[in-house]
Design a protein around this ligand. Sequence first.
Ligand SMILES: [Zn+2]
Length: 115
Amino acid sequence: MATPCKVTGCKNETPPALAELQVCVLHFTLSIEGSCAEMRRETALGNAPHERQREIMRFITESGERLARVATSGLHLTDDLKARILSTFLTLMNLRENLDRANMRSSFGRTGQHR
Ligand SMILES: [Zn+2]
């Protein structure tokens, strides 16, 4: 029996790759996008604690892996959903890049000028 998506009002089914989270593909990508936007704000200033940065890194790899599994598990995805999955990958990659950049800036700031 298929598990429905846990988001209120959503009639989509949960694919096996997301059974643990009980969300459909659409809501999975939306939740990643939402978390990424939040983490991006958090890390933009480059002063997120080290432990938190590690957590964010972990979130990026775990979400990316799970998303890749969903995308390649043979589900019949609409073109719309495929495009959404790709743009979510891009969001994850950009967040990772932002994190690295913010890190670089803050360590330059701490250690003084590099000339
Ligand atoms: Zn849903």
